[in-house]
Design a protein around this ligand. Structure first.
Ligand code: ADP
Length: 189
């Protein structure tokens, strides 16, 4: 069973690429950000806890996120997995390894969508106009980049050391052109 992590900074195109590749491959797909946004919309306990943190651009606690992922993987064991927005800290990556090992699923493989920061900022500000996400304002975006540098970039080093880390250009070309490269990589994993 494949365990694919789609990795990249905020605005790198993880959600967009996930939607395209899910038409081609049969993945059990989870986006931690999407789940949190739906919890906020539904006014759940978790949503109430997460809302202010997300609007500040900070990360939700590892224990909440790991709990969410663990139950998703257990429910979907037997299927290939596509993880979007997780893991975002080394703690989360270590917890994921434990879950995969427990279920005999083999190692996780990371595919990074590499995009320069100035391009990311432009994309997110443009998305703000279209989608109106509360965390897509300049101040919050800066904090999300800061959290990425402080906590999430280390996840890339973690997987580079373990092996199973591939980076593709997520910046140049249309989403469709980028997805062609991504699909090529996924077919070999
Ligand atoms: P983006 O990658 O564009 O920032 P996401 O939808 O993946 O958007 O995440 C939005 C927000 O949800 C993050 O800024 C963070 O507050 C929270 N979040 C999502 N995934 C995680 C995670 N794995 N760990 C902690 N917080 C998370």
């Amino acid at each position: 069973m494949r365990n694919i992590i789609l990795f990249g900074a905020p605005g790198a195109g993880k959600g967009t690429q996930s939607a395209i590749i899910r038409e081609k491959f049969d993945f059990a797909y989870i986006s931690t950000g999407e789940i949190l946004r739906s919890e906020i919309k539904n006014g759940t306990q978790l949503g109430k806890q997460a809302e202010e943190i997300i609007n500040r651009g900070e990360l939700v606690s590892d224990s909440i996120i790991v709990g969410m992922i663990q139950s998703f993987i257990e429910k979907n064991n037997g299927k290939d997995l596509l993880l979007d927005g997780f893991p975002r800290t080394v703690k989360q990556a270590e917890a994921l390894d434990g879950i995969l090992k427990e279920l005999n699923r083999g190692e996780a493989k990371v595919v990074e969508l590499a995009v320069d920061k100035d391009v990311l900022m432009q994309r997110l500000l443009k998305r703000a106009e279209i989608e109106g996400r509360k965390d897509d304002n300049e101040q919050t975006i800066r904090e999300r980049f800061n959290q990425y540098d402080k906590k999430t970039a280390a996840v890339a080093d973690y997987y580079k050391q373990k092996g199973g880390y591939i980076s593709i250009d997520g910046q140049n070309g249309t989403p469709e052109q980028i997805s062609v490269k991504l699909i090529e990589v996924l077919e070999k994993l």
